[in-house]
Ligand binder design. Structure first.
Ligand SMILES: *Cc1c(COP(=O)(O)O)cnc(C)c1O
Length: 432
């Protein structure tokens, strides 16, 4: 009935998340409100961790890609499940460390890490830095020389596999701002360079082929390409690749039209490719890292809004306006992403209308979605938009000086604030 398995309807006909009545949450905390179901975050994290344990004999690490959804409480939950994290900025790194994340289990990404960010990573003792370009390797090498530390680096490789939602293309894909290209020889030269840097410890390779990928072929192709490169490095440079980081991108169910595979299926398919290659080429099994972001956070979250005005434009469409919009969920205006929505206080009723849910920002494109099936609704009703746990809060802004919503975690029939709602004072805090 709902796209995420943690959603249900109670005896009052109200939508529940993790067993809690969403209309009560809206009453208690106000709207717009992000709600995250801790148990589903944990079970998603566990399914990846169990897969690594099962398909690679525990020889690997799941690093949650925290750009999907980051706040201290999320880093705590992730750490308590034994996962590591990916960070891509000083801000994410600082938040992770503030929440007590083990720096050894942090993987630092980014195509243009600043000097200060690299310095922070070295000072904190981040376990893996994924180098994106030669300039960065030089900066890191110099920084390490100054501080007398050695950094473990992986190189980001463009595997030439470009995965779009329903299929993948094996292309040049040289045209990406991320990483080193394989087919031009750039990646090979970059490894040579890394091996020559006295203060860098070359430990492995990384790739990430896309996001919201719903089938396994792209991942399998990328694994094959990466393993082939590992063999080349062994044969031609006598280089040992300790770590192979295969990225994230596992798709989730946003609407009934999406039919993602269980996470284990991705993991198993790829592990078959990796094991087979290792056996056939007498290569030791690398330590495998994966970086799921969306697949851990998105299904666990919903956003609650209060309905304001309704605009019925005969023969054209009906706009239902809510008290948030592109400032808390910019995914529609960015990518025309589709979502499933429910009137939380009428969740047992059939969706007998089709509406466009509009935000309150001063942009015509500020929509949550168009042509969305929904229950008949009135001002004051609560709309829940489903599967918003990833790339919503983390991409939110203060456009129009709207206040960022609170984030509430639910677990065991209880709710608690993880991020407080912004106040008007927050809005002017840095203004001089
Ligand atoms: C965004 C990103 C991820 C996570 O992608 P999801 O689609 O959220 O799983 C993992 N690794 C890297 C390098 C990324 O940029």
């Amino acid at each position: 009935m709902f796209v995420s398995k943690n959603l249900d309807v109670n005896e009052k006909g109200n939508l529940t998340i993790g067993g809690i009545d969403t209309t009560e949450l809206a009453k208690e905390y106000g709207t717009p409100l992000y709600v995250m179901d801790e148990d589903l975050i944990r079970s998603n994290a566990r399914s990846f961790k169990d897969s690594i344990d099962r398909f690679y004999n525990g020889n690997g690490l799941v690093c949650y890609a925290s750009k999907a959804f980051a706040c201290k409480e999320m880093y705590r939950v992730i750490a308590s499940e034994g996962l590591g994290v990916d960070v891509v900025s000083g801000g994410e790194l600082y938040t992770a460390i503030s929440a007590g994340t083990d720096p050894e289990k942090i993987c630092m990404h980014g195509n243009n890490k600043t000097y200060d960010e690299l310095k922070m990573a070295i000072e904190y003792g981040v376990g893996r830095i994924v180098a994106d370009n030669i300039y960065e390797m030089n900066a890191l090498n110099a920084l390490c020389a100054e501080t007398g530390k050695k950094a473990n680096i992986l190189l980001r490789i463009k595997p030439g596999v470009d995965a779009h939602t329903h299929n993948f293309i094996r292309t040049g894909q040289i045209d990406s701002k991320f990483g080193f290209a394989l087919e031009t020889g750039e990646a090979f030269e970059a490894v040579k360079f890394a091996l020559e840097c006295d203060n860098l410890n070359f430990v492995g390779l990384h790739c990430h082929i896309g996001s919201q990928i719903l089938d396994t072929q792209g991942f399998e192709a990328a694994a094959e390409v990466m393993m082939t490169f590992i063999k080349k490095l062994r044969d031609e440079l006598d280089a040992n690749v300790r770590d192979l980081n295969l990225g994230g991108g596992f798709g989730i169910k946003y609407t009934e039209a999406d039919d993602p595979l269980p996470y284990e299926a991705f993991m198993e398919a790829v592990s078959i490719v990796v094991h087979k290659f290792c056996q056939e080429n007498d290569i030791p099994l690398p330590f495998i890292l994966i970086e799921p972001g969306r697949s851990i956070a998105a299904p666990a979250g919903i956003t609650l809004y209060t309905v304001g005005g309704k605009k019925i434009i005969p023969d054209i469409r009906t706009y239902v306006s809510v008290d948030g919009g592109m400032c808390d969920n910019p995914r529609y205006i960015l990518y025309q992403s589709e979502y499933d929505a429910v009137v939380a206080n009428k969740a047992a009723l059939p969706k007998n209308t089709t509406v466009t849910i509009a935000g309150k920002c001063c942009e015509s494109g500020d929509l949550i979605g168009e042509n969305m099936p929904l229950q008949e609704c009135e001002p004051g009703d609560i709309i829940a938009v489903c599967a918003t746990g990833a790339y919503n809060y983390s991409m939110s802004s203060n456009y129009n000086r709207l206040l960022k919503p609170a984030v509430v975690f639910v677990k065991n029939g209880k709710s608690r604030i993880a991020v407080r709602r912004e106040t008007l004072e927050d809005i002017v805090r840095n203004d001089v």
